[in-house]
Design a binder for this molecule. Structure first.
Ligand code: KG4
Ligand code: ZN
Length: 336
């Protein structure tokens, strides 16, 4: 069974072809960072226009890369329906609906966050719930219980910024450009995570929610105070210390969720899972707590369409279908 996946929720145009649910035959991404970086963030209208330009050629390229002879070889079409930028989502959805209508292959709409969770199963094999999932991206920071297939209970989430957003804002503050997460990660490798003790907001709140605003303010205050005093700021130390504060809270809460719900496997999903320190600490601390820790390879952490096709193929296989009159749902988010 061949599933074509389309993902256009933010600033990556992505098309993938997977076979039998878990084998990636093509996974293509046309990034748009160069269009957005001068604005310091993703501009929704620019993103939607770039998806319009990139999507059709990318679909043709994906067919070829997968060795298919034409759209008629496709058995199912999976597309992200939310959360994300509405104009950007609609571009992918229009293409997916047209393809479904033209070929008769059924359509399945997928929650982008479910896709991030399912990215794990492309590498680690079909799901065997229960899991505790930490979903950390540019728009979301959530701890989720997946007690069985296709059921997601959000245990807690950020009350303000998402982790990726905090990475991007702090990176911008110290001049690392956009998106700053990967650059900050690279810089932090040369820094001391214990150099500056930034606040671990809500570390002991007794729930699974978190907050980034106190940490962001503390970093800003630190930078201003050091600059006012005429000191050179050690940027690697600052990056490593900031990163450690986020990682401490998220890793600690994820392990605690697994303990409280008596779940033995933790999985990570979302762009921030590309973070070296988060992967390292989750493996180390999770392992020390007797947990199995799964995360996708780097290219499947950030936005891609293979994860959408993977979740879509599983839903199609159990007979689910999405009607062609479905709209985009920018506020979707697992159980919500
Ligand atoms: O999942 P994703 O590709 O898009 C959304 O669904 O939002 O996540 C993008 C986010 C951005 O904020 C980016 O800076 C962050 O993931 N990110 C990282 C790293 N790679 C990407 N953050 C920290 N360290 C990284 N290595
Ligand atoms: Zn994402």
């Amino acid at each position: 069974m061949i599933t074509l996946g389309i993902e256009t929720s933010c600033d990556e145009t992505a098309v993938a072809v997977i076979e039998d649910g878990f084998t990636v035959r093509a996974n293509l991404i046309a990034g748009q960072v160069h269009l957005h970086e001068r604005f310091g963030g993703v501009v929704p209208e620019v993103a939607a226009r770039a998806h319009v330009e990139a999507l059709s050629p990318l679909m043709a390229e994906a067919l070829e890369a997968a060795g298919l002879s034409g759209f008629g070889d496709i058995d199912g079409v999976a597309v992200t329906v939310g959360p994300g930028l509405v104009g950007a989502l609609l571009v992918g959805m229009a293409a997916a609906k047209s393809l479904s209508l033209a070929t008769g292959a059924p359509l399945i709409g997928i929650d982008h966050l479910e896709g991030h969770i399912w990215a794990n199963f492309l590498t680690h094999g079909p799901p065997e719930p229960p899991y505790i999932a930490l979903v950390v991206s540019g728009g979301h920071t959530m701890i989720v219980h997946m007690p069985e297939l296709f059921r997601y209970e959000v245990l807690g989430q950020t009350l303000d910024d998402a982790a990726g957003e905090a990475f991007d804002k702090v990176a911008r503050l110290i001049g690392l450009g956009f998106p700053g997460g990967p650059a900050l990660d690279a810089m932090a490798r040369d820094g001391n995570p214990d150099a500056i003790r930034f606040p671990r907001s809500m570390e002991r709140s007794g729930d699974f929610d978190s907050s980034m605003s106190g940490l962001k303010t503390a970093v800003l205050r630190h930078v201003k105070a050091e600059r006012a005093a005429g000191h050179d700021i050690d940027l690697p130390d600052l990056a490593a210390s900031f990163q450690e504060a986020i990682v401490d809270v998220q890793v600690g809460k994820t392990i605690e969720a697994a303990r409280q719900l008596d779940v033995g496997t933790v999985l990570l999903g979302g762009g921030v899972v590309a973070n070296t320190r988060l992967r390292e600490r989750m493996e180390r601390d999770g392992g020390a707590s007797g947990l199995r820790v799964l995360f996708p390879p780097l290219e499947l952490c950030t936005d891609n369409a293979a994860m959408i096709a993977c979740a879509g193929a599983a839903r199609l296989a159990r007979g689910e279908r999405t009607s062609l009159d479905i709209g985009a749902d920018p506020n979707l988010g697992l159980a919500s």
